[in-house]
Write a protein that binds this ligand. Sequence first.
Ligand SMILES: [Zn+2]
Length: 247
Amino acid sequence: MRKEILSQQIPLVVAEMLLFVAHPDDEVIFFAPLLELKSSIYQDLDEKSYGNLTVVCMTCEDDPIRFKEFTALASHVGYRAAIYDTPIVRGLSFENYFRILKRVQSYVSSDTKECATHSLYGDDHFHPQHVLLSIAVTYVCIRQGVRVIVADCSCSAAQLFLRALKRTDWRRLKSIALLPFKFVLIIAHKLVFTSSKLYQAEQSLLDSASLIYASQSLEYPSFVDNSYRFSSLRNIWRSKTKLVDKI
Ligand SMILES: [Zn+2]
């Protein structure tokens, strides 16, 4: 069952921008600037869609603490939020993918102006659920001609390869077997999305998120200090076959 939390401040309108995240707190770690609705960053993207943001989280509806924190941040910052109970799985699971895909499809419609989600390679820790969600959102958006914005860092493909090597557990066959797949995803990401500019979140938003997410480790190094930032990237407009440059 889906729970949807409506912010008091925002009138109920069809969502024009959807942010899909795999886990509660991802919206802060990777997309804090997007949540800062008053920031010039969001208005730059499209002034008219200001305020029409819905954050959809795929997991932890059944985790009372993470559910509460996720919804508390939504009403604190002022956006609509929905959370589901897809199981948290570390490996790549087709069942999980199709579950995620169905949910993404149920949200993206002709009223959707743009979607944001994780990078194709699953961000700094190559999390399989970030990867599956990114593939699903990118696929649905390309099919429906909706613009996609993804998280990114300022790293080159070579730096990401090194990071993937460092994060490989050489004692585990599964971890080694995933390495070529990570390389392919990094290359695909770099080909599909061209980084323009990495944004810095407002410190006030980061501070209030840290208070709300008491159960999560927002000391996470990517949160404030490293180069992983929400990034407005190449936009995929209404052509299903042609990629055009961003506005
Ligand atoms: Zn996550």
